[in-house]
Design a protein around this ligand. Structure first.
Ligand code: SF4
Length: 314
């Protein structure tokens, strides 16, 4: 399963598992390792999308040391049930020139499913070839406009034609290389700045993607990203159990592990991969305490979670 809260299917599954009572037994157990490991290769970005709270980012920009990345992948590849590995975080992953090498390493170590999200602005043919050749399994492309104007008002700093052309070329190159992966997901977030032109987006997307290999469109909804934005109301009592601590772990580029990718400033640290293993953190006292508290809707001491719109709705 690709754990991405912006996917409709994942949102549906999340809503099923949110009630603490029927899932009480489930919440007493967890897998020996996270099912999904989100590894931030960089937190730098070349865009200023209106729905992204980038202006509130206080962490310094950086790129994860390759040795640290290798250490993490080496460890999680030793188990039979390997996690899905996300190769991005709060940044544009293609700013990291070693990204194709990271993908190749993960595949060489037997990671079954690798995934990343990009804005495609740097997905030029040379990079496209390297990424396809390295064996990436799935790539989501954030594409939040349907013409120059709506795109640039939403994804400030990027160029509509450049990104669109990169996607068209990518599909062509993948075909020429006789590959079916990475499968593409073209994502749209309807909002004020892009006129919520879902119909136009679908027409544009269908013309660009190759449905035969499994490419698809995804129209999602805006979320607050913790305290980053205020699209959805956050009031009243917390109503839902967040099942991140039972299923996923997020690692920042500097090696610190945090509760989830919403914690873009890394204030809810649960461990540090520079000195610990994934298993030590995942099965250690901090995560155990979090599971115990989250399972009874106690998010005290977790300011990002308290602002999170996901747990304020059922
Ligand atoms: S911020 Fe907290 S409650 Fe929200 S998704 Fe992340 S871990 Fe779950």
């Amino acid at each position: 399963m690709i754990f991405n809260a912006r996917d409709r299917i994942t949102r549906g599954l999340l809503s099923l598992a949110r009630s603490p009572l029927p899932f009480h037994l489930y919440y007493r157990r967890h897998f020996p390792l996270p099912a999904v490991l989100l590894i931030e290769n960089t937190n730098a970005c070349n865009a200023h999308c209106v729905m992204c709270p980038r202006e509130k980012l206080t962490r310094k920009p950086g790129i994860m040391a390759f040795e640290l990345f290798e250490k993490i992948i080496r460890e999680v590849s030793e188990v039979k049930r390997k996690p899905v590995v996300h190769l991005h975080g709060f940044g544009e992953p293609l700013l990291d020139e070693s990204l194709p090498d990271r993908i190749r390493l993960a595949k060489d170590f037997g990671i079954n499913h690798t995934y990343l999200v990009t804005n495609a602005s740097l997905l030029f043919p040379e990079t496209a070839k390297k990424i396809i050749d390295a064996g990436l399994d799935e790539m989501k492309i954030s594409f939040y406009g349907t013409d120059d104007d709506s795109y640039c008002r939403t994804m400030e700093g990027l160029d509509f034609k450049v990104a669109l052309n990169n996607i068209i070329e990518f599909v062509k190159i993948r075909k020429e290389m006789k590959k079916k992966t990475p499968k593409l997901i073209l994502q749209y977030l309807p909002q004020e700045t892009n006129g919520a032109a879902i119909k136009d987006f679908k027409i544009l997307g269908r013309a660009v993607l190759d449905k035969k290999v499994g490419d698809r469109l995804n129209v999602s909804a805006l979320d607050n990203f913790g305290d980053g934005r205020a699209y959805n109301p956050v009031k009243g009592n917390i109503a839902s159990v967040c099942f991140y601590p039972w299923s996923a772990m997020s690692v920042l580029w500097d090696g610190r592990a945090v509760t989830c990718c919403v914690d873009y400033n890394g204030v809810q640290e649960v461990g540090n991969l520079n000195s610990q293993t994934v298993a030590e953190i995942w099965n250690g006292p901090v995560m155990t305490g979090i599971r115990k508290n989250f399972g009874r809707l106690d998010y005290s001491g977790f300011p990002v979670c308290q602002c999170c719109d996901w747990v304020h709705r059922r």
